[in-house]
Write a protein that binds this ligand. Structure first.
Ligand code: ADP
Length: 233
């Protein structure tokens, strides 16, 4: 069974806006996938369906064996355990240190303090911020803040890391630094990466699978793809 499978997925928002129109695709364990498309094409909607921020209007979605479309609200935690999510705007807690921001994501699991410490430091090390554990977000560069949010997203050892425009607020150097971290997570931990992006240089440099969404439909799906988006859509 594929790690992620969408079968004939449609999404129409309550105001009638059609956002996804008959999307079917599969993603295997360990893949690195970019999702590209013009603004408003449906990239975020696709990503939000995967972590059950939105529900499809029709169609089936399976993530790690969970039937996401049928998942009841009380069971969403089962899905979220399989996923880490990274956003464009980091969403860090400003009054907490790097360590506390990452450890916070483990608190709900009732782990022993020593285990929280071990996992937190491992995640912080994976993103290359060992010497910043006691810093506050305001003391970090944008790239470093995004790396903290990545550490927080992987601290539970998720099978899948979902990234929605993670380099959207970063300059090219910091973007590449963040991409290096995301690629190392894919390589070292075998985590499946799904990343929505507008960043042409990154997509062209990384040579990964590229799914192109155009007007809510899959208009391209290429291994070692390039960034090719019709911005007039
Ligand atoms: P992208 O991420 O590619 O910019 P989105 O998935 O955000 O595209 O949006 C796809 C379409 O759905 C757009 O027409 C957008 O205006 C609409 N849309 C997105 N979110 C909502 C929402 N919560 N309510 C109504 N319409 C929405």
């Amino acid at each position: 069974m594929q790690l992620i499978e969408l079968k004939s997925v449609y999404k129409r928002y309550s105001n009638g806006v059609p956002a996804l129109n008959d999307v079917s695709l599969t993603i295997s364990k360990g893949e690195f996938v970019f999702v590209i498309g013009a603004s408003g094409s449906g990239k975020s909607t696709l990503i939000k369906l995967l972590y059950r921020q939105e529900k499809p209007t029709s169609g089936e979605i399976f993530v790690g064996g969970i039937n996401v479309a049928k998942l009841r609200n009380g069971k969403v935690y089962k899905l979220r355990r399989k996923l880490g999510v990274v956003f464009q705007d980091y969403k860090l807690l400003p009054k907490k240190t790097v360590y506390e921001n990452v450890a916070f994501a483990l608190e709900v699991y009732g782990l022993k303090t020593s285990e929280v410490r071990r996992r937190t430091l491992k995640a912080i090390e994976q993103v290359g911020l060992k010497d910043k554990v006691r810093s506050y977000p305001s003391e970090l560069s944008g790239g470093e803040q995004q790396r903290v949010s990545i550490a927080r997203a992987i601290v539970n050892d998720p099978k899948i890391l979902i990234c929605d425009e993670p380099t959207g607020n970063l300059d090219p150097d910091m973007s590449m630094e963040v991409m290096g971290v995301i690629e190392s997570i894919n390589k070292d931990l075998g985590t499946t990466i799904i990343m929505a992006t507008h960043d042409k240089d990154i997509v062209n440099k990384m040579k990964k699978r590229v799914i192109y969404i155009k007007k809510g439909m899959v208009a391209g799906d290429n291994m070692k793809g390039r960034y090719k988006v019709d911005e007039s859509d």
